[in-house]
Ligand binder design. Structure first.
Ligand code: ATP
Ligand code: BTN
Length: 322
């Protein structure tokens, strides 16, 4: 990608016309480099730029950047005390970045959001893809006094926090065990939790969230977007609202774990409660049964021909039979 692509995009962000010469002057580079950057913005970042002789370049749609001050202005007093915000234009993966810093004693409450990830990760080594500006991709580092063994229900608790925010905005989302947020049966958001610490002692947790506001590009399964549900919200306000809710839910989880209150809420939001589902595993035959909610340790409870069985997230994937 052209090294000037992001700088040129910043110049074009307001959606007005900007001459190649004026941009080149601002950036202290040649007009050829500006032209190459515009090509990168179109071909590699997937944004449309109009080029009109005598007027210059113009983005088809203005681009709204993630911005620390705007996010901060939407935080509650309590959340603002805890979160330290950072925005990267591009990085490999916000989870990888925070995991690398977790072992260096990096701050509790550090949030890193990226405009673009080159190696966004999902569960089980899968990829998370998102076009520039199409949604939110961010991670936060949280230190728990609990050992790893007691953090099993955490991705479900984070799902509840996301669900509260998205439902308040009018998106009738549901949750799919263990880490997906669905809208009209398609994936709107995913949660990736990674731990650094030992089984009993304090644990640093990196919570990564990817959420589609607009179409994220070509994905190998059906995806949902907030815009398709007619929810229009600025990404900075959305991130602030999610951080406020995460602050509440993570503080609750730190004290009480994935207790009856959160569990009941998760079960009510479940896309599959009392439906027949298939569980598939990295090794071995799939198992089918009726989803009967989740346990305190985050396990999925499945009514099978051999009775009620509990499954832990590990290498399990749930698929609807409908
Ligand atoms: P599981 O039920 O095992 O969690 P999953 O298909 O949701 O299955 P994950 O590892 O949770 O798998 O998520 C990664 C998958 O999400 C990718 O393989 C891809 O199919 C899908 N994906 C990637 N980017 C997006 C996106 N922006 N929006 C929706 N889905 C995406
Ligand atoms: C999943 O659905 O399996 C989880 C997807 C999590 C994606 C987010 S995007 C921000 C953070 N950084 C990553 O590399 N992954 C998470």
């Amino acid at each position: 990608m052209s090294e000037h692509a992001f700088a040129v995009l910043r110049q074009l962000s307001n959606g007005g016309f900007h001459s190649g010469e004026a941009i080149a002057q601002q950036l202290g580079c040649s007009r050829t480099l500006v032209w190459q950057a515009v090509n990168s913005i179109q071909q590699e970042l997937g944004l449309t730029v109009f080029s009109v002789r005598g007027r210059g370049y113009k983005l088809a749609t203005p681009f709204h950047w993630l911005d620390v001050a705007s996010i901060r202005s939407g935080l509650s007093i309590e959340a603002a005390e805890v979160f330290t915000l950072a925005v990267a234009e591009r990085t490999d993966s916000t989870n990888s970045q925070l995991m690398a810093r977790a072992s260096n004693g990096v701050l509790h409450g550090l949030v890193l959001a990226a405009e673009l990830q080159s190696a966004g990760r999902g569960r089980l080594g899968r990829c998370w893809q998102a076009k520039l500006g199409s949604g939110l991709t961010f991670s936060l580092l949280w230190r728990f006094e609990r050992g790893m063994a007691e953090l099993a229900g955490l991705s479900l608790a984070v799902g509840v926090a996301l669900a509260r925010v998205l439902r308040r905005l009018g998106a009738p989302i549901t949750l799919k065990w263990p880490n997906d947020v669905l809208l009209n049966h398609s994936k709107l958001a995913g949660i990736l939790i990674e731990l650094s610490g030992d089984a009993l002692g304090p644990t640093a947790v990196v919570i990564g969230i990817g959420l589609n506001v607009d179409q994220p590009g070509e994905i190998d399964q059906a995806v949902a977007t907030l815009s398709s549900a007619n929810v229009t919200i600025n990404r900075n306000d959305l991130l602030a609202a999610i951080l406020n809710e995460l602050h509440l839910v993570l503080s609750h989880f730190n004290l009480y774990g994935f207790n009856a209150t959160l569990r009941q809420e998760w079960n009510q939001l479940s896309a599959h409660l009392d439906s027949t589902v298939n569980l598939s595993f990295a090794r071995g035959e799939p198992i089918s049964g009726i989803a009967r909610g989740v346990a305190e340790n985050g396990a999925l409870l499945l009514e099978t021909s051999q009775g009620l069985r509990a499954f832990h997230a590990g290498e399990v994937s749930l698929r609807s039979t409908a």
